[in-house]
Design a protein around this ligand. Structure first.
Ligand code: MSP
Length: 517
Protein backbone atom coordinates (compact mmCIF):
# COMPACT_ATOMS: atom_id res chain seq x y z
CA UNK A 1 0.00 0.00 0.00
CA UNK A 2 1.65 3.26 -1.07
CA UNK A 3 -1.01 5.77 -0.05
CA UNK A 4 -4.37 6.01 1.61
CA UNK A 5 -6.79 8.85 0.99
CA UNK A 6 -10.00 9.16 2.96
CA UNK A 7 -12.62 11.90 3.16
CA UNK A 8 -15.63 12.77 5.29
CA UNK A 9 -18.77 14.58 4.25
CA UNK A 10 -18.34 18.31 4.73
CA UNK A 11 -20.76 19.64 7.32
CA UNK A 12 -23.27 22.41 6.84
CA UNK A 13 -22.34 25.32 9.01
CA UNK A 14 -25.85 26.46 9.84
CA UNK A 15 -25.54 24.89 13.27
CA UNK A 16 -22.97 23.64 15.72
CA UNK A 17 -21.42 20.16 15.53
CA UNK A 18 -23.33 17.40 17.31
CA UNK A 19 -22.38 13.83 18.09
CA UNK A 20 -23.76 12.62 14.73
CA UNK A 21 -21.23 14.81 12.91
CA UNK A 22 -18.63 13.70 15.43
CA UNK A 23 -19.38 10.02 14.82
CA UNK A 24 -18.45 10.35 11.15
CA UNK A 25 -15.27 12.28 11.82
CA UNK A 26 -14.19 9.82 14.51
CA UNK A 27 -14.93 6.86 12.25
CA UNK A 28 -12.88 8.36 9.45
CA UNK A 29 -10.06 9.38 11.76
CA UNK A 30 -9.90 5.87 13.23
CA UNK A 31 -9.78 4.42 9.70
CA UNK A 32 -7.09 6.88 8.64
CA UNK A 33 -5.00 6.32 11.77
CA UNK A 34 -5.24 2.56 11.23
CA UNK A 35 -4.01 2.92 7.64
CA UNK A 36 -1.27 5.25 8.82
CA UNK A 37 0.00 2.10 10.57
CA UNK A 38 0.19 0.45 7.16
CA UNK A 39 1.48 3.25 4.90
CA UNK A 40 3.50 6.43 5.34
CA UNK A 41 1.09 8.35 3.15
CA UNK A 42 -2.30 8.36 4.84
CA UNK A 43 -4.29 11.52 4.17
CA UNK A 44 -7.61 12.59 5.66
CA UNK A 45 -9.76 15.43 4.37
CA UNK A 46 -12.65 17.02 6.19
CA UNK A 47 -14.24 20.45 6.12
CA UNK A 48 -17.37 22.55 5.93
CA UNK A 49 -20.07 23.12 3.31
CA UNK A 50 -20.84 26.80 3.47
CA UNK A 51 -23.05 27.90 0.58
CA UNK A 52 -26.79 27.71 -0.02
CA UNK A 53 -30.14 29.10 0.91
CA UNK A 54 -30.07 27.97 4.55
CA UNK A 55 -26.92 29.93 5.33
CA UNK A 56 -28.23 32.91 3.39
CA UNK A 57 -31.47 32.93 5.39
CA UNK A 58 -29.96 32.22 8.83
CA UNK A 59 -27.24 34.82 8.47
CA UNK A 60 -29.81 37.39 7.33
CA UNK A 61 -31.94 36.65 10.40
CA UNK A 62 -28.89 37.22 12.56
CA UNK A 63 -27.96 40.42 10.76
CA UNK A 64 -24.48 39.28 9.84
CA UNK A 65 -22.97 38.67 6.42
CA UNK A 66 -23.07 35.05 5.23
CA UNK A 67 -19.27 34.91 5.29
CA UNK A 68 -19.09 36.21 8.87
CA UNK A 69 -21.67 33.65 9.87
CA UNK A 70 -19.70 30.85 8.15
CA UNK A 71 -16.42 31.96 9.75
CA UNK A 72 -18.01 31.84 13.17
CA UNK A 73 -19.58 28.42 12.72
CA UNK A 74 -16.75 26.76 10.78
CA UNK A 75 -14.58 27.58 13.78
CA UNK A 76 -16.93 25.57 16.01
CA UNK A 77 -16.29 22.49 13.87
CA UNK A 78 -12.52 23.09 13.85
CA UNK A 79 -12.53 23.51 17.65
CA UNK A 80 -14.61 20.39 18.19
CA UNK A 81 -12.40 18.23 15.97
CA UNK A 82 -9.42 19.48 17.94
CA UNK A 83 -11.12 18.50 21.17
CA UNK A 84 -11.73 15.03 19.76
CA UNK A 85 -8.17 14.63 18.44
CA UNK A 86 -9.35 14.31 14.87
CA UNK A 87 -6.02 14.19 13.12
CA UNK A 88 -7.15 15.44 9.71
CA UNK A 89 -4.53 16.34 7.15
CA UNK A 90 -6.59 19.14 5.66
CA UNK A 91 -9.70 21.14 6.44
CA UNK A 92 -11.44 22.56 3.39
CA UNK A 93 -14.09 25.25 3.43
CA UNK A 94 -16.19 25.67 0.30
CA UNK A 95 -15.69 29.43 0.62
CA UNK A 96 -11.90 28.94 0.16
CA UNK A 97 -10.69 30.85 -2.86
CA UNK A 98 -8.94 27.92 -4.52
CA UNK A 99 -12.05 25.76 -4.17
CA UNK A 100 -14.30 28.49 -5.57
CA UNK A 101 -12.11 29.05 -8.63
CA UNK A 102 -11.78 25.35 -9.39
CA UNK A 103 -15.53 24.77 -9.09
CA UNK A 104 -16.09 27.53 -11.63
CA UNK A 105 -13.60 25.87 -13.98
CA UNK A 106 -15.23 22.46 -13.52
CA UNK A 107 -18.60 23.98 -14.38
CA UNK A 108 -17.15 25.70 -17.45
CA UNK A 109 -15.50 22.50 -18.66
CA UNK A 110 -18.77 20.56 -18.40
CA UNK A 111 -20.64 23.35 -20.17
CA UNK A 112 -18.11 23.31 -23.01
CA UNK A 113 -18.34 19.54 -23.19
CA UNK A 114 -22.11 19.76 -23.58
CA UNK A 115 -22.82 17.89 -20.33
CA UNK A 116 -24.38 21.05 -18.89
CA UNK A 117 -27.19 22.88 -20.72
CA UNK A 118 -29.76 25.60 -19.92
CA UNK A 119 -33.41 24.69 -19.38
CA UNK A 120 -36.60 26.18 -17.90
CA UNK A 121 -37.93 24.20 -15.01
CA UNK A 122 -40.54 24.01 -12.30
CA UNK A 123 -39.67 21.79 -9.37
CA UNK A 124 -40.11 21.13 -5.66
CA UNK A 125 -37.15 22.42 -3.68
CA UNK A 126 -36.38 21.29 -0.13
CA UNK A 127 -34.00 23.74 1.49
CA UNK A 128 -33.19 21.17 4.21
CA UNK A 129 -31.80 18.80 1.57
CA UNK A 130 -30.65 21.68 -0.65
CA UNK A 131 -32.14 19.56 -3.43
CA UNK A 132 -35.07 19.27 -5.82
CA UNK A 133 -37.37 16.42 -4.88
CA UNK A 134 -39.79 14.51 -7.07
CA UNK A 135 -43.40 13.78 -6.05
CA UNK A 136 -42.32 10.19 -5.37
CA UNK A 137 -39.81 11.34 -2.76
CA UNK A 138 -42.48 12.97 -0.58
CA UNK A 139 -44.37 11.41 2.31
CA UNK A 140 -48.17 11.09 2.50
CA UNK A 141 -48.50 14.72 3.68
CA UNK A 142 -46.50 15.97 0.70
CA UNK A 143 -43.49 16.71 2.94
CA UNK A 144 -39.82 15.89 2.62
CA UNK A 145 -39.45 12.67 4.65
CA UNK A 146 -36.15 13.84 6.16
CA UNK A 147 -37.12 17.40 7.08
CA UNK A 148 -40.88 17.03 7.54
CA UNK A 149 -41.48 20.25 5.61
CA UNK A 150 -43.38 20.93 2.40
CA UNK A 151 -40.89 21.75 -0.39
CA UNK A 152 -41.19 25.11 -2.19
CA UNK A 153 -42.42 25.21 -5.78
CA UNK A 154 -39.59 26.83 -7.74
CA UNK A 155 -39.83 27.95 -11.36
CA UNK A 156 -36.56 29.02 -12.88
CA UNK A 157 -34.33 28.87 -15.88
CA UNK A 158 -31.36 26.85 -14.64
CA UNK A 159 -28.40 24.97 -15.95
CA UNK A 160 -28.90 21.22 -16.06
CA UNK A 161 -26.41 18.39 -15.89
CA UNK A 162 -26.91 15.38 -18.18
CA UNK A 163 -27.06 12.82 -15.40
CA UNK A 164 -29.01 10.42 -17.61
CA UNK A 165 -26.04 10.20 -20.00
CA UNK A 166 -24.09 8.38 -17.25
CA UNK A 167 -26.90 6.23 -15.88
CA UNK A 168 -25.90 2.96 -17.60
CA UNK A 169 -22.23 3.42 -16.81
CA UNK A 170 -23.00 3.99 -13.12
CA UNK A 171 -25.28 0.95 -12.96
CA UNK A 172 -22.53 -1.14 -14.60
CA UNK A 173 -19.93 0.15 -12.15
CA UNK A 174 -22.05 -0.64 -9.11
CA UNK A 175 -22.97 -4.10 -10.40
CA UNK A 176 -19.43 -5.00 -11.39
CA UNK A 177 -17.95 -3.77 -8.12
CA UNK A 178 -20.11 -5.24 -5.39
CA UNK A 179 -17.80 -3.88 -2.69
CA UNK A 180 -17.89 -0.31 -4.07
CA UNK A 181 -20.71 0.66 -1.71
CA UNK A 182 -19.99 -0.40 1.86
CA UNK A 183 -21.96 -2.07 3.32
CA UNK A 184 -23.00 -3.86 0.13
CA UNK A 185 -26.65 -4.18 1.23
CA UNK A 186 -27.09 -0.50 0.33
CA UNK A 187 -26.17 -1.03 -3.32
CA UNK A 188 -29.68 -2.21 -4.21
CA UNK A 189 -31.17 0.95 -2.76
CA UNK A 190 -28.94 2.97 -5.11
CA UNK A 191 -29.71 0.76 -8.11
CA UNK A 192 -33.43 1.36 -7.47
CA UNK A 193 -32.91 5.11 -7.29
CA UNK A 194 -30.99 4.96 -10.56
CA UNK A 195 -34.05 3.52 -12.33
CA UNK A 196 -35.85 6.86 -12.11
CA UNK A 197 -33.13 9.43 -12.43
CA UNK A 198 -33.49 12.52 -14.55
CA UNK A 199 -31.08 15.26 -15.50
CA UNK A 200 -30.49 17.52 -12.51
CA UNK A 201 -30.55 21.25 -12.07
CA UNK A 202 -27.03 22.42 -11.24
CA UNK A 203 -27.53 26.13 -10.75
CA UNK A 204 -29.98 28.50 -9.10
CA UNK A 205 -31.03 31.97 -10.20
CA UNK A 206 -29.39 34.61 -8.03
CA UNK A 207 -32.81 36.12 -7.49
CA UNK A 208 -33.60 32.98 -5.39
CA UNK A 209 -30.20 32.14 -3.94
CA UNK A 210 -27.26 34.48 -4.02
CA UNK A 211 -24.93 32.90 -1.47
CA UNK A 212 -22.99 30.60 -3.72
CA UNK A 213 -20.32 30.37 -6.38
CA UNK A 214 -21.24 32.36 -9.51
CA UNK A 215 -21.29 30.65 -12.89
CA UNK A 216 -18.36 32.01 -14.88
CA UNK A 217 -19.69 34.23 -17.67
CA UNK A 218 -23.28 34.19 -16.34
CA UNK A 219 -23.58 36.37 -13.31
CA UNK A 220 -27.29 35.70 -12.95
CA UNK A 221 -26.73 32.15 -11.65
CA UNK A 222 -24.94 30.46 -8.77
CA UNK A 223 -23.70 26.88 -8.89
CA UNK A 224 -25.91 24.35 -7.14
CA UNK A 225 -24.59 23.52 -3.67
CA UNK A 226 -24.12 19.79 -4.25
CA UNK A 227 -21.88 20.32 -7.31
CA UNK A 228 -19.92 22.85 -5.27
CA UNK A 229 -19.80 20.55 -2.21
CA UNK A 230 -18.95 17.26 -3.92
CA UNK A 231 -16.07 18.86 -5.81
CA UNK A 232 -14.31 19.55 -2.49
CA UNK A 233 -12.87 16.04 -2.52
CA UNK A 234 -10.72 16.90 -5.53
CA UNK A 235 -10.31 20.68 -5.28
CA UNK A 236 -8.73 20.21 -1.84
CA UNK A 237 -5.96 18.16 -3.44
CA UNK A 238 -5.31 20.81 -6.06
CA UNK A 239 -7.33 19.32 -8.92
CA UNK A 240 -7.39 21.65 -11.87
CA UNK A 241 -9.15 21.07 -15.18
CA UNK A 242 -5.96 21.86 -17.10
CA UNK A 243 -3.09 21.19 -14.76
CA UNK A 244 -3.79 18.95 -11.75
CA UNK A 245 -1.29 19.20 -8.89
CA UNK A 246 1.20 16.52 -7.86
CA UNK A 247 -0.77 16.05 -4.67
CA UNK A 248 -3.89 15.31 -6.66
CA UNK A 249 -2.03 12.78 -8.80
CA UNK A 250 -0.62 11.16 -5.68
CA UNK A 251 -3.84 10.78 -3.69
CA UNK A 252 -6.74 10.60 -6.12
CA UNK A 253 -8.76 8.35 -6.38
CA UNK A 254 -9.88 8.22 -2.76
CA UNK A 255 -9.62 4.85 -1.07
CA UNK A 256 -12.75 5.39 0.96
CA UNK A 257 -15.20 8.28 1.18
CA UNK A 258 -17.11 8.20 4.44
CA UNK A 259 -20.63 9.65 4.47
CA UNK A 260 -23.98 9.17 6.19
CA UNK A 261 -26.60 6.92 4.61
CA UNK A 262 -28.86 9.95 3.98
CA UNK A 263 -26.47 11.34 1.38
CA UNK A 264 -25.55 8.11 -0.36
CA UNK A 265 -27.55 9.06 -3.46
CA UNK A 266 -25.46 12.19 -3.95
CA UNK A 267 -22.21 10.26 -3.59
CA UNK A 268 -22.97 7.11 -5.51
CA UNK A 269 -24.92 8.74 -8.35
CA UNK A 270 -24.25 12.48 -8.74
CA UNK A 271 -20.62 12.28 -7.68
CA UNK A 272 -19.83 9.34 -9.93
CA UNK A 273 -21.47 11.06 -12.89
CA UNK A 274 -19.50 14.21 -12.23
CA UNK A 275 -16.23 12.29 -12.09
CA UNK A 276 -17.12 10.38 -15.24
CA UNK A 277 -17.89 13.65 -17.00
CA UNK A 278 -14.48 14.97 -15.94
CA UNK A 279 -12.80 11.74 -17.10
CA UNK A 280 -11.46 11.10 -13.61
CA UNK A 281 -11.05 7.77 -11.82
CA UNK A 282 -13.77 6.82 -9.35
CA UNK A 283 -13.27 6.43 -5.59
CA UNK A 284 -12.57 2.85 -4.59
CA UNK A 285 -15.22 2.69 -1.89
CA UNK A 286 -18.07 4.73 -0.47
CA UNK A 287 -18.75 3.90 3.17
CA UNK A 288 -22.30 4.85 4.13
CA UNK A 289 -22.56 4.84 7.90
CA UNK A 290 -25.79 4.75 9.86
CA UNK A 291 -27.41 7.31 12.13
CA UNK A 292 -26.52 8.02 15.71
CA UNK A 293 -29.61 8.38 17.84
CA UNK A 294 -29.87 9.66 21.40
CA UNK A 295 -31.58 7.34 23.81
CA UNK A 296 -32.98 5.59 20.70
CA UNK A 297 -34.52 8.86 19.42
CA UNK A 298 -33.49 10.87 16.37
CA UNK A 299 -31.65 14.04 17.33
CA UNK A 300 -33.52 17.20 16.40
CA UNK A 301 -33.57 20.82 17.40
CA UNK A 302 -37.32 20.70 17.93
CA UNK A 303 -37.05 17.78 20.37
CA UNK A 304 -34.22 19.62 22.12
CA UNK A 305 -32.15 16.44 22.32
CA UNK A 306 -29.17 17.52 20.24
CA UNK A 307 -26.02 16.51 22.11
CA UNK A 308 -22.66 18.12 21.44
CA UNK A 309 -19.42 16.21 21.91
CA UNK A 310 -18.21 18.91 24.29
CA UNK A 311 -21.20 18.45 26.58
CA UNK A 312 -20.42 14.73 26.84
CA UNK A 313 -16.79 15.47 27.63
CA UNK A 314 -17.76 18.11 30.20
CA UNK A 315 -20.41 16.07 31.92
CA UNK A 316 -17.92 13.28 32.59
CA UNK A 317 -15.06 15.67 33.38
CA UNK A 318 -13.02 14.15 30.60
CA UNK A 319 -9.79 15.88 29.68
CA UNK A 320 -9.03 13.49 26.82
CA UNK A 321 -11.45 12.29 24.16
CA UNK A 322 -10.29 8.66 23.97
CA UNK A 323 -13.26 7.10 25.75
CA UNK A 324 -15.75 9.02 23.63
CA UNK A 325 -13.86 8.13 20.46
CA UNK A 326 -13.76 4.50 21.46
CA UNK A 327 -17.45 4.38 22.28
CA UNK A 328 -18.53 6.09 19.07
CA UNK A 329 -16.30 3.97 16.86
CA UNK A 330 -17.32 0.76 18.55
CA UNK A 331 -21.01 1.42 18.98
CA UNK A 332 -22.56 0.54 15.62
CA UNK A 333 -21.76 -2.39 13.32
CA UNK A 334 -20.55 -1.23 9.90
CA UNK A 335 -23.29 0.76 8.17
CA UNK A 336 -25.89 0.23 10.89
CA UNK A 337 -27.45 2.84 13.18
CA UNK A 338 -25.98 3.29 16.62
CA UNK A 339 -27.26 4.81 19.80
CA UNK A 340 -25.69 7.06 22.39
CA UNK A 341 -26.82 7.02 25.99
CA UNK A 342 -24.89 8.32 29.00
CA UNK A 343 -25.44 5.09 30.93
CA UNK A 344 -24.30 2.82 28.14
CA UNK A 345 -21.32 5.05 27.42
CA UNK A 346 -20.19 5.00 31.00
CA UNK A 347 -20.76 1.29 31.40
CA UNK A 348 -18.94 0.26 28.20
CA UNK A 349 -15.88 2.45 28.55
CA UNK A 350 -15.49 1.61 32.23
CA UNK A 351 -15.75 -2.09 31.44
CA UNK A 352 -13.51 -2.16 28.37
CA UNK A 353 -11.00 0.61 28.84
CA UNK A 354 -10.68 0.79 32.63
CA UNK A 355 -11.54 -2.61 34.09
CA UNK A 356 -10.29 -4.85 31.30
CA UNK A 357 -7.53 -3.07 29.41
CA UNK A 358 -6.14 -0.37 31.70
CA UNK A 359 -6.30 -2.48 34.79
CA UNK A 360 -4.56 -5.40 33.11
CA UNK A 361 -1.55 -3.27 32.27
CA UNK A 362 -1.56 -1.61 35.65
CA UNK A 363 -1.64 -4.74 37.73
CA UNK A 364 0.87 -6.59 35.51
CA UNK A 365 3.38 -3.75 35.80
CA UNK A 366 2.68 -3.45 39.53
CA UNK A 367 3.42 -7.15 40.01
CA UNK A 368 6.61 -6.79 37.99
CA UNK A 369 7.70 -4.05 40.40
CA UNK A 370 6.54 -5.92 43.49
CA UNK A 371 8.16 -9.26 42.68
CA UNK A 372 11.09 -8.26 40.49
CA UNK A 373 11.75 -4.61 41.20
CA UNK A 374 10.44 -3.83 37.68
CA UNK A 375 13.04 -6.00 36.00
CA UNK A 376 12.70 -8.46 33.14
CA UNK A 377 15.11 -11.34 33.69
CA UNK A 378 16.48 -13.26 30.67
CA UNK A 379 14.69 -16.44 31.74
CA UNK A 380 11.31 -14.67 31.51
CA UNK A 381 11.72 -14.14 27.80
CA UNK A 382 10.28 -17.03 25.86
CA UNK A 383 7.71 -17.71 23.17
CA UNK A 384 4.17 -18.32 24.27
CA UNK A 385 1.22 -19.59 22.28
CA UNK A 386 -0.56 -16.34 23.13
CA UNK A 387 1.88 -14.61 20.79
CA UNK A 388 0.25 -16.48 17.92
CA UNK A 389 -3.14 -15.33 19.13
CA UNK A 390 -1.85 -11.74 19.27
CA UNK A 391 -0.44 -12.03 15.74
CA UNK A 392 -3.72 -13.49 14.52
CA UNK A 393 -5.56 -10.58 16.13
CA UNK A 394 -3.41 -8.13 14.17
CA UNK A 395 -4.41 -9.91 10.95
CA UNK A 396 -8.08 -10.03 11.96
CA UNK A 397 -8.10 -6.33 12.80
CA UNK A 398 -6.45 -5.52 9.46
CA UNK A 399 -8.98 -7.68 7.68
CA UNK A 400 -11.89 -5.84 9.31
CA UNK A 401 -10.37 -2.49 8.41
CA UNK A 402 -10.00 -3.67 4.80
CA UNK A 403 -13.80 -3.74 4.84
CA UNK A 404 -14.04 -0.61 7.03
CA UNK A 405 -15.58 -2.63 9.84
CA UNK A 406 -14.36 -0.38 12.58
CA UNK A 407 -16.65 -1.61 15.34
CA UNK A 408 -16.02 -5.26 14.48
CA UNK A 409 -12.25 -4.63 14.60
CA UNK A 410 -12.58 -3.10 18.08
CA UNK A 411 -14.29 -6.28 19.28
CA UNK A 412 -11.28 -8.34 18.21
CA UNK A 413 -9.02 -6.11 20.29
CA UNK A 414 -11.21 -6.45 23.37
CA UNK A 415 -11.37 -10.22 22.80
CA UNK A 416 -7.57 -10.33 23.02
CA UNK A 417 -7.68 -8.24 26.20
CA UNK A 418 -10.20 -10.70 27.66
CA UNK A 419 -8.02 -13.66 26.73
CA UNK A 420 -5.06 -12.02 28.46
CA UNK A 421 -7.11 -11.33 31.57
CA UNK A 422 -8.18 -14.95 31.64
CA UNK A 423 -4.56 -16.03 31.19
CA UNK A 424 -3.59 -13.97 34.23
CA UNK A 425 -6.46 -15.35 36.30
CA UNK A 426 -5.72 -18.94 35.24
CA UNK A 427 -2.00 -18.64 35.91
CA UNK A 428 -2.32 -16.52 39.05
CA UNK A 429 1.17 -14.99 39.13
CA UNK A 430 0.53 -13.91 42.77
CA UNK A 431 0.17 -17.60 43.74
CA UNK A 432 3.27 -18.52 41.72
CA UNK A 433 5.16 -15.80 43.63
CA UNK A 434 3.86 -17.11 46.95
CA UNK A 435 5.00 -20.58 45.98
CA UNK A 436 8.34 -19.07 44.99
CA UNK A 437 8.00 -20.23 41.39
CA UNK A 438 9.62 -16.98 40.34
CA UNK A 439 10.64 -17.90 36.80
CA UNK A 440 7.12 -19.05 35.93
CA UNK A 441 5.70 -15.94 37.56
CA UNK A 442 8.03 -13.71 35.54
CA UNK A 443 7.19 -15.57 32.35
CA UNK A 444 3.48 -14.94 32.83
CA UNK A 445 4.08 -11.21 33.38
CA UNK A 446 6.43 -11.00 30.40
CA UNK A 447 3.90 -12.73 28.13
CA UNK A 448 1.17 -10.29 29.10
CA UNK A 449 3.40 -7.24 28.69
CA UNK A 450 4.57 -8.36 25.27
CA UNK A 451 0.96 -8.82 24.15
CA UNK A 452 0.06 -5.43 25.66
CA UNK A 453 2.40 -3.84 23.11
CA UNK A 454 0.20 -5.32 20.39
CA UNK A 455 -2.90 -4.03 22.18
CA UNK A 456 -1.36 -0.56 22.40
CA UNK A 457 -0.77 -0.53 18.64
CA UNK A 458 -4.22 -1.88 17.81
CA UNK A 459 -6.11 0.43 20.15
CA UNK A 460 -4.09 3.47 19.00
CA UNK A 461 -6.48 4.53 16.17
CA UNK A 462 -9.39 4.58 18.63
CA UNK A 463 -7.62 5.85 21.74
CA UNK A 464 -4.41 7.60 20.71
CA UNK A 465 -3.68 9.09 24.15
CA UNK A 466 -4.31 5.90 26.07
CA UNK A 467 -2.20 3.97 23.56
CA UNK A 468 0.68 6.42 23.92
CA UNK A 469 0.50 6.15 27.71
CA UNK A 470 0.51 2.37 27.50
CA UNK A 471 3.49 2.47 25.14
CA UNK A 472 5.32 4.86 27.45
CA UNK A 473 5.14 2.42 30.34
CA UNK A 474 6.00 -0.54 28.12
CA UNK A 475 8.94 1.35 26.53
CA UNK A 476 7.32 0.50 23.25
CA UNK A 477 7.51 2.54 20.05
CA UNK A 478 3.88 3.30 19.27
CA UNK A 479 4.79 4.35 15.73
CA UNK A 480 5.72 0.75 14.85
CA UNK A 481 3.91 -0.24 11.64
CA UNK A 482 1.52 -3.16 12.10
CA UNK A 483 3.51 -5.42 9.80
CA UNK A 484 6.68 -4.71 11.79
CA UNK A 485 5.33 -5.85 15.15
CA UNK A 486 7.53 -8.78 16.08
CA UNK A 487 6.54 -9.59 19.68
CA UNK A 488 10.05 -9.09 20.93
CA UNK A 489 9.67 -5.57 22.26
CA UNK A 490 10.18 -6.11 25.95
CA UNK A 491 13.89 -6.42 26.54
CA UNK A 492 15.85 -7.89 29.40
CA UNK A 493 16.67 -5.41 32.19
CA UNK A 494 14.77 -2.80 34.15
CA UNK A 495 11.45 -1.98 32.47
CA UNK A 496 9.79 0.27 34.99
CA UNK A 497 9.93 1.64 38.52
CA UNK A 498 6.99 2.14 40.88
CA UNK A 499 6.93 5.91 40.28
CA UNK A 500 6.60 5.45 36.54
CA UNK A 501 3.40 3.41 36.74
CA UNK A 502 0.17 5.30 36.23
CA UNK A 503 -3.36 4.30 35.18
CA UNK A 504 -3.95 4.86 31.47
CA UNK A 505 -7.66 5.40 31.92
CA UNK A 506 -9.63 6.45 34.97
CA UNK A 507 -13.16 5.17 35.39
CA UNK A 508 -15.92 7.61 34.52
CA UNK A 509 -17.63 7.91 37.83
CA UNK A 510 -18.91 11.43 37.73
CA UNK A 511 -22.61 11.88 38.30
CA UNK A 512 -24.56 11.73 35.07
CA UNK A 513 -25.14 15.19 33.74
CA UNK A 514 -28.73 16.26 33.66
CA UNK A 515 -28.54 19.51 31.73
CA UNK A 516 -26.95 18.73 28.38
CA UNK A 517 -26.89 21.65 25.96
N1 MSP B 1 -23.16 19.26 3.51
C1 MSP B 1 -23.73 17.99 3.27
C2 MSP B 1 -22.67 17.00 2.84
C3 MSP B 1 -21.87 17.39 1.63
S1 MSP B 1 -20.61 16.23 1.30
C4 MSP B 1 -20.04 16.70 -0.18
C5 MSP B 1 -24.41 17.47 4.54
N2 MSP B 1 -24.09 18.10 5.68
S2 MSP B 1 -24.69 17.71 7.12
O1 MSP B 1 -24.08 18.63 8.04
O2 MSP B 1 -26.11 17.67 7.07
O3 MSP B 1 -24.20 16.27 7.43
C6 MSP B 1 -22.81 15.99 7.42
C7 MSP B 1 -22.58 14.52 7.68
O4 MSP B 1 -23.01 14.22 9.01
C8 MSP B 1 -23.38 13.62 6.72
O5 MSP B 1 -22.61 12.53 6.29
C9 MSP B 1 -24.52 13.15 7.59
O6 MSP B 1 -25.01 11.89 7.23
C10 MSP B 1 -23.84 13.09 8.95
N3 MSP B 1 -24.81 13.16 10.04
C11 MSP B 1 -25.63 14.19 10.38
N4 MSP B 1 -26.41 13.80 11.43
C12 MSP B 1 -26.10 12.52 11.78
C13 MSP B 1 -26.48 11.64 12.81
N5 MSP B 1 -27.41 11.91 13.68
N6 MSP B 1 -25.81 10.46 12.88
C14 MSP B 1 -24.78 10.13 12.06
N7 MSP B 1 -24.41 10.94 11.08
C15 MSP B 1 -25.14 12.07 10.82
O7 MSP B 1 -25.16 16.51 4.44
Amino acid sequence: MDKFYTTTAIDYVNGAPHIGHAYEKILTDVICRHFSQRTDNAYMLTGTDEHGIKIQKTSAQMNVSPKEFCDMNAQKFIDTWKLLDINYSQFIRTTDEQHTKTVQKIFKKLLEKGDIYKHSYTGLYCSGCEAFLSEKDLDEDGCCPNHKKKPEVVSEENYFFKLTKYKDKIIKHIKENPDFIVPSFRANEVLNQLENIEDISVSRAKTSVNWGISVLGDDSQVIYVWIDALSNYITALGYDTENPSEKFKKYWPADVQVIGKDILKFHSIYWLALLMALDLPLPKHILAHGWITIDETKMSKSLGNVVSPKSVMDSFNMTEPDAFRYYMAATAPCGKDGNYSDDDFKEKVNAHLANSMGNLLNRTLSMLVKYFNGEIKPEFIQENELFNKAKRTIEEVKHHFDYYEVSEASQKIIELVDILNKYVTDNAPWTLAKEEKMTQCGQVLYTVLECMCVIASLIYPYCPNIAKNMAKQLKYDISTKLDDIKLNNIKEGKLISKEEIFPVFLRLDSELATNKK
